[in-house]
Design a protein around this ligand. Structure first.
Ligand SMILES: *Cc1c(COP(=O)(O)O)cnc(C)c1O
Length: 239
């Protein structure tokens, strides 16, 4: 259990984040309600995640398969929408499917095929996004921007998957122009994919980009989903 103070703190910070998002949406001249807040809950204990869901944060993102599987049963009664936002190894595909509706981190056709096979076997359609490494930083996962359109087109054709859009972790830079140009690149990739009108690309409209420190920049460049951790939960406990 979390104490009432901790739960109130989470609710208050979530409200602050929603205010920041609303202001950024307005500043960008975009329509209200066009940006969803996903709570990045890595290393947060189940009790705090539950408090956040009860405060209205019904879209959750987990990074690690083990945490997804560990917290999944304890969240089931609140039925949040849970996405996988961390790297997925092919050999763990079967573990994630029961606990997620969307894998945001598809970065190879092999991984996409495995997910498709599992989803079909389970008689369902799994939402996916293609993860793109817009900054080119070596520490980051994701396909290269130049290869992203081709990968997306191939993923979109797979039965069992529904391509929902693109995800990136922005550049680690204090220069806002660098951060924004990466996000603009993801938007261009999304626009080209949807604009291609190729099979399965019509729903690929989402841009999952922006975190606690740079969500304004991401929203200015068209983010439809920002992934927020520390701004709601405070500093993360060590894993
Ligand atoms: C941790 C994490 C976030 C949230 O980061 P904060 O800076 O805590 O808001 C977003 N996306 C991914 C993929 C993450 O791993």
């Amino acid at each position: 259990m979390v104490d009432a103070d901790a739960a109130r703190g989470i609710a208050a910070r979530l409200a602050e984040v929603r205010d920041r998002v609303a202001e950024a949406v307005d500043a960008a001249g975009r329509a209200p309600g066009t940006v969803h807040v996903l709570l990045a809950t890595k290393t947060q204990p189940l009790a705090l995640v539950r408090a956040a869901v009860l405060a209205g944060g019904t879209l959750i993102g987990e990074n690690r398969v083990q945490e997804l599987v560990d917290k999944g049963p304890g969240l089931a009664d609140l039925s949040p929408e849970v996405h996988l936002i961390g790297h997925l190894q092919s050999n763990k595909v079967n573990q994630v499917l029961p606990w997620t509706t969307c894998v945001q981190t598809v970065d190879s056709i092999e991984l996409a095929r495995r997910l498709a096979t599992r989803a079909l076997g389970a008689g369902r359609v799994l939402d996916v996004m293609v993860q793109v490494n817009v900054s080119g930083e070596e520490s980051k996962f994701g396909t290269a921007p130049a290869a992203a359109g081709d990968l997306a087109a191939r993923v979109a054709e797979l039965p069992g998957l529904r391509l929902r859009g693109f995800m990136t972790v922005g550049a680690r830079s204090t220069d806002e122009r660098i951060v924004r140009s990466g996000y603009a690149r993801l938007r261009d990739i999304r626009d080209a994919t949807v604009g291609s009108a190729a099979a399965g690309t019509a729903d690929a409209t989402e841009l999952s980009m922006g975190m606690s420190g740079d969500l304004e920049a991401a929203i200015a460049e068209g983010a439809t989903m920002v992934r927020v951790g520390t701004a709601v939960f405070g500093a993360r406990p060590a894993p």
